[in-house]
Design a protein. Sequence first.
Lengths: 262, 250, 479
Amino acid sequence: MPENPSNPTIPDRVTLFASCMVDQLAPAVGESTVDVLEHLGVTVDFLDDQTCCGQPAFNSGFRSEAFPVATRFIEIFEKVEGPIVVPSGSCAAMVRNFYGDLFRDDERMIGRARNVGDHLYELTEFISSFFGTDAVVGQLSDDATYHKCCHLLREIGIDEQPIEMLSNIDGLNLTPLERDDVCCGFGGAFSVKMPDISSAILDEKLDYIESTGAKTVVAADTGCVYQMQGGLRRRGSDVQVVHIAEILAMSIRNASGAGAKR
Amino acid sequence: MTDRAKFIASVTSSLGRSEVLSPSEEAADASTAVFENADTAKANADRAMSDASERSDTLTAQMAAMAATNGWKVHRAGNPEDAADLIASICEQKGAKSVLRSNHDVLSQIGVDSAVTNTGATLGVTEHDGENSEANIQDAKSAAFTADIGITGVDYAIAETGTVVLHPRSGLSRLVSLAPPTHIAVLRSGEVLDSLDELFAMERNDYLSGDLAGSMNLISGPSKTADIEGTTVTGIHGPLEVHLIILENG
Amino acid sequence: MKPQTINFRSKASQTMGDEEVQQAIEHVYTGFFKGRLVAAADTPDWEELRTKGKAIKDHTIAHLDYYLGLLADNVEKNGGSVFFAEDAEEARKHIIDLAHARNIKTVIKSKSMVSEEMALAESLNDEGIETVETDLGEYIIQLANETPYHLIAPAVHKSRKEVAELLDDDFKEGDRVPDATELTMMAREKLRGVFERADMSVTGVNFAVAESGSIALVTNEGNGRMSTTVPRVHVAVMGMEKIIPSIQDLSTMLRILIRSATGQRISTYVTMVNGARKPDEEEGPEEFHLVIMNNGRQKLLADPQMRESLNCIRCGACLNACPVYRKVGGHAYGWVYPGPIGAIVTPVMTGLKDASNLPAASSLCGACHDACPVKINIPRMLLELRYRSAEGSTDSAERTSSASERFVWKSWRIGMMGRKRFDYGAKLARLILRPLARNGWLRKSPPPISGWTSTRDFPLIAAGSLRSRLAKRRKKAKS
């Protein structure tokens, strides 16, 4: 578990771990992540060879398939000395909290995984720990609400910090979401293997979202973003779901005068 | 091998051992009290009792507040006569025809018998002629199941949880606090323990000194259930109404 | 109780389509779940208590053989009898034989999940011995001929009307439905006579205290007290893991059990039974029998990955927190224990082959782990069981993954093992799916993701990976 230093030396260079989903499905989230970090004065490196941390196969029980992919991840990222930042609580959790189980018969791999995990951070965790929740000041007029993604909340321990960060956006009207810490029903492959249960859980989440009157839902994990957006679209709703990196980047652009208002 | 030996042997092998290993005190963490010896247990119990006595007013007030939240009707009596009067007025209020009481000495102390019979109700004391005959046991049961009000003393109360604690006494004090629809419990000040920690310290000390009663009941309000649509209803099997009379200067 | 875990999907589907049951299940969240949060916030040392409770259970289970011996010795010292039952069949037979031997006419039952493993009430009734459940929720489902829906609220799925149909002899379709108080009073009336004439009781055990041979029962209704006072024979049944070492440990365990179960600071009644009545006591059962049951718990104990599940104190907090349980309901889990704890113990105790859907039915949200008073890491064990079902079990019958699933993950792995193939695979997928997409979204999709688009839109693979976009930026920055 990386340290959240109370008196941190502010890093000026990080390496981005995109996550497979952001890389191929939602690259705009990755670009926004870079934008936000650069705005904070941080240079962002990207290791071209990266693919995936192995979580999807691990969660489905296919550890023999997850093992080589996770090993490859370690091989690529253990060369990094500074912080590694990923815009996903579940990917951060996989590396920090579940690689121990995946590699459990291999002391050496556990050690290598721990070394990487010790300086790997989820995006909002990174910003709030090293820069503070008031570091990003932006502008965006909208009615929004925030959903607490499960792994970020329970595995990484980031709870109110993203809300505090969103509160710094001038013009953003944040309505608290009832049952904001109840799962959206994504759960990775679960959403595809048991779509009836996944959607039943989602329906309850979407009902609560609609009752806030918000036009935008903000969340910090792409899987959850798509689960909620996909469901809202299917019920004909105009509500947009965005990754927190995107809304922070938009608000920074607005504040600097560049980019359209939402 | 007896069934027991076979059973435990398979538990031992499931734990990856060939023999039962007694937990060593050093290896165990401090979380279980099982390694604390009788002297420690006695010291804990003594501390609980002296705390109950020294902080009697504070603990009584805390317990009374918690008990009221739990649904006890809490009454304060400045002296034994007031306590008896309170009991009499409850009997009248409930239109009680038959009242049963246990053999706790606080009840004779407050002279409850005449107070109750003066209301016109019959009063039975749950004690019998020393014979544990089937007939006596049945009679005692029927009396409890038909009584309107049951009155007991109390051994301790607990401030943390708003609870009264009953150990069985000579006489039948268990059903009398359970079967009638109204239960009146009389507590003497100075008997309120701070929390469950103190109560179980007392019990553990009783056990280690060979004095553990056959049972103990903690009562923290009227009987209740929420099994139908999550709606709380009082008085499902035990009393619907419970009164706690706190006898000050008892 | 015969496991019906194989019917999980269909039972789940049935429950999710039942609007009335969905509304009823809400109570576990609005009542119990919220109650626990309030109680925890109200308890200054709540986290320390959880840590302590976990330590007490870890220690007990690690020395379970020793503590079983200690418990049995002390129960016998108190004048009680102990019967060790390998399985439900043995336990049931012992209790039935005992009832016959003691000429028992009426048995009252207090809540016990272990007795459900034995289907005890049903068996005793079949033997001609009147056996009545006395916990109101259990009584209701006994009348309905059903199994419990929840660990502590067995009839949580029943509407008031359904309860009226079961409890109220005069109720007809179209009548005003009696309110909860009226129905409860009807139950009180009906059960009072049963209490009075009962000659044997069977109760569960919330905690068995090894050092003194005592058992503790936690109830709100008073049926636990009736059961331990009125009849001449008291039988307590327990899973072999329900032991704690010391009387003093009860203060910690009772606090975390009760506050986690309902949010109460304490249940209305806590009864401690130290054997049958003492010679100088005039009230209470003449005989005390403790039945300690294995019934597959040994498999959990012998399994280092799964052993932690034996720390469970059966509070139900994980059920109340679980978004899956609150949709699929208790019966879908197909055996005695529903919810997250059921999803991990049922497959091991009754067979993973037929129960693989139970650990699969989870979004791994971790709410159960958060809620557990003894901090059982349920998600870790769900993942372990998934691993065994997919490929990891040494028993080939338990490896139930399909060939197509194995193929999917093999292909996935191949696709992730190099950047070029990763990009190429994405481009290919985009090519294939693009005709199905409108404005970057798919309403229909092929396997293996077709399940998604049955209820949600799915995003199209992006045009250009993040890698390519960042490469373009770098190029631009240089020029």
